[in-house]
Design a binder for this molecule. Structure first.
Ligand SMILES: *[C@@H]1O[C@H](CO)[C@@H](O)[C@H](O)[C@H]1NC(C)=O
Length: 202
């Protein structure tokens, strides 16, 4: 025979079960979403020149990007700006360390200037990206952004090329050159993602 307290207990048990089921299925949905967003980044990155760098630098922003080509391009630009800034800071510090010839310091300084131009071009592009939704001249604005990011890539390439030729401590040279190349590859990827976003919306 069941008393009122027994049926209350089974009702409570049923509720706990339902809650557990609900929270479990929510976890499953979130996991499926994350996998879906991550796949979007992987697929988009596969069309860039440096797909592995693209994926490793962007996949951590999967929940922000979701499946938006615009947010993907924006996150790529932001990451590129951060990397360019920190590389330029590192070079500025290195150019002040002792034991470098005037010529080596000169090469570093040229590079720092080129990277500063690149930072400026990337900053402008990011500002325009965030303004994009408010303008009706989508094509023109995208064209500006593509031009600036290409210019940033040229500046970085000039920096890395100039660096390769200079007589310099090879350990420092290789470390710095590696960083600059990474920045250039990030920029190239960002440009590819921007071009793709532009093509989808043009
Ligand atoms: C990129 O950075 C800008 C400026 O900090 C910010 O407003 C924007 O939300 C960022 N975009 C993405 C996709 O992270």
């Amino acid at each position: 025979m069941e008393g009122p307290s027994t049926s209350r207990n089974s009702l409570a048990a049923a509720l706990v079960f339902l809650l557990a089921l609900f929270s479990y299925s929510t976890t499953l949905v979130v996991r499926a979403e994350t996998r879906f967003n991550t796949e979007f980044i992987r697929t988009s990155c596969s069309k860039t020149t440096y797909p592995r760098l693209c994926f490793s630098s962007l996949s951590r922003h999967a929940s922000l990007i979701q499946t938006s080509p615009k947010l993907l391009a924006g996150a790529a630009l932001n990451g590129t700006l951060d990397a360019t800034r920190s590389t330029s800071g590192m070079m500025l510090k290195l150019s002040r360390t002792l034991g470098m010839t005037a010529r080596q310091i000169g090469a570093m300084k040229d590079c720092v200037e080129e990277l500063a131009d690149s930072v400026e071009e990337l900053r402008r592009s990011i500002a325009e990206m965030s303004r994009l939704r408010r303008t009706s001249d989508f094509g023109l604005v995208m064209n500006d952004i593509e031009t600036w990011v290409s210019a940033a890539l040229t500046d970085e390439t000039t920096c890395s090329d100039g660096f390769a030729g200079k007589a310099m401590n090879s350990k420092v040279k290789n470390a710095v050159r590696g960083q600059i190349l990474t920045v250039a590859h990030l920029t190239s990827n960002a440009l590819a993602l921007i071009n793709r976003f532009a093509a989808l919306n043009g």
